[in-house]
Design a protein around this ligand. Structure first.
Ligand code: FES
Length: 65
């Protein structure tokens, strides 16, 4: 899905950038161009970066095993 219409940046590109170590909106903009024009995509882009930073939830079933 396109997140940044101005620069044609998709959620997958943002996730790939985060997986490659991108940890801030400023760095994301430098790497992908996301947010470099109107900026209306920045909130959505930040939510995706936050999702990628969130630790994986442990599965309770596995902890009990
Ligand atoms: S939609 Fe991303 S800069 Fe405009």
């Amino acid at each position: 899905m396109y997140v940044c219409i101005c620069n044609g940046v998709t959620d997958r590109e943002i996730r790939d950038a985060a997986a490659a170590g991108c940890d801030s909106l400023a760095e994301l903009t430098m790497r992908t161009g996301c947010g470099a024009n109107c900026g209306s995509c920045l909130d959505h882009a930040e939510r995706i970066l936050d999702e990628m930073r969130a630790p994986a939830m442990p599965l309770p079933v596995l902890q009990a095993a």
